[in-house]
Design a protein around this ligand. Structure first.
Ligand code: PLP
Length: 381
């Protein structure tokens, strides 16, 4: 099956239901058995479900659906992107271990790695992942993992996953990639050597801004460990949230196709707009598109607060990946946890706006940004 077909036809016929075309929501905390003998069937492996924290048909569907598109043996769903990332990390790292992570991480991951993993006794060093020499010389005896993101935020750097996979395998390290911004529609990190792939399904996988969810994928061996972490840390996803995420996932291909097309057109149009100092948009990120996020840096003389008031129907939202175009202010949201000097070093500035491009007509999106620029530069018009 090709990507678009696979995208709609999981869950497959094996777990199709006789009456209901879509999978019902198993809104239950536990499963029942006819008698004690029957309950033994769970422990013998003949029955799949016992207690929802340890597994539920809806959360399994989400894990399976993403794993199938990513080309992984197994996927595990969890209550948020961050818990999926934590489960992936804890599948390979324990107290005393060291992780090398890219310095331009999503702010929440950066906080978890700098503070919470440290409290667990796992040390993380942040480095420039484009500097191969820096990676090689930062690898220590106790390093177990390289960690990066397929497309970074908000500067939209496209990671050389294949290159990192070579370094990882030469040094017997695991490679973990956060594929939230690209999704498997654009980039499939497992196919070029990543061992673990994590998603904030809150973003494009769910796609409708109505759920907080995460998925981690990889080999059966690693994901069995990750699933154990999700269930023992109690970060399992609720059945309804899993169901909503699966419903969103089925339209990933068509949403991404349209959103990437709109983003491409917007990036091109904004490139020649007066008032804009720089447009960040990936080139050749993949064969299917370059992503649905565009980051712009306004000229110093354009009042960014005023600009945000002139955007009409485009809402200010501190996240991305919804059906509707929205904007955010990275220094105040995703990158708020980072110290100012780190933000400056990365090039995340106070004149920067991250645009999450939606599925509207591209002409309306482009016109709204152009008009907002004109109005902000010359308020009397
Ligand atoms: C949002 C996001 C996360 C965190 O996901 P949550 O669902 O909010 O826990 C992690 N990585 C990236 C790249 C994100 O955009």
């Amino acid at each position: 099956m090709h990507f678009y077909t696979k995208n709609v036809h999981f869950p497959n016929k094996e777990n199709a239901h006789e009456v209901s075309k879509t999978k019902p929501i198993y809104q239950t905390s536990a499963f029942s058995f006819t008698d004690f003998d029957d309950m033994e069937n769970y422990f013998d492996g003949d029955k799949a479900y016992l207690y929802t924290r340890m597994g539920n048909p809806n959360s399994d569907d989400l894990g399976k659906g993403v794993a199938e598109l990513e080309g992984a043996e197994m996927g595990v769903a969890s209550a948020a992107g961050l818990s999926a990332i934590l489960a992936g990390v804890l599948a390979v790292a324990k107290t005393g271990d060291h992780i090398l992570a890219t310095q331009d991480l999503y702010g929440g991951t950066w906080s978890m790695f700098s503070n919470d993993l440290k409290d667990f006794g796992i040390e993380v060093s942040f480095i420039d992942m484009e500097d191969r020499g820096a990676i090689e010389s930062a690898i220590k005896e106790n390093t177990v993992m390289l960690y990066s993101e397929s497309i970074t935020n908000p500067l939209l750097r496209v990671e050389d996953i294949e290159g990192l996979a070579k370094i990882a395998s030469a040094n017997k390290l695991y490679l973990m990639i956060d594929n939230t911004f690209a999704t498997p529609y654009l980039i499939r990190p497992h196919e070029v050597g990543a061992d673990i792939v994590a998603h904030s399904a809150t973003k494009y996988i769910g796609g409708h801004s109505d759920v907080t969810a995460g998925v981690v994928s990889g080999s059966k061996e690693l994901m069995t460990k990750a699933k154990g972490k999700v269930s023992m840390l109690g970060s399992n996803i609720g059945p309804f949230d899993a169901w909503l995420s699966v419903r969103g996932l089925k339209t990933l291909s068509v949403r991404m196709a349209k959103q990437c097309e709109n983003a491409e057109a917007l990036a091109k149009a904004l490139n020649s707009q007066p008032g804009i100092a720089k447009v960040y948009y990936p080139k050749a990120a993949s064969q299917t598109g370059n992503g649905a996020v565009v980051t712009i840096e306004l000229e110093e003389d354009v009042d960014i607060m005023e600009f945000s008031k002139n955007l009409g129907w485009i809402k200010v939202v501190p996240t991305l990946a919804g059906l509707e175009t929205s904007v955010t202010y990275p220094v105040a949201t995703s990158h708020r946890p980072l110290p100012e000097e780190t933000r400056e070093k990365l090039g995340v500035t106070k004149q920067m706006i991250r645009i999450s491009v939606g599925i509207e007509d591209e002409r309306d999106i482009i016109d709204t940004f152009s008009e907002a620029l004109v109005r902000t530069k010359a308020p009397s018009l």
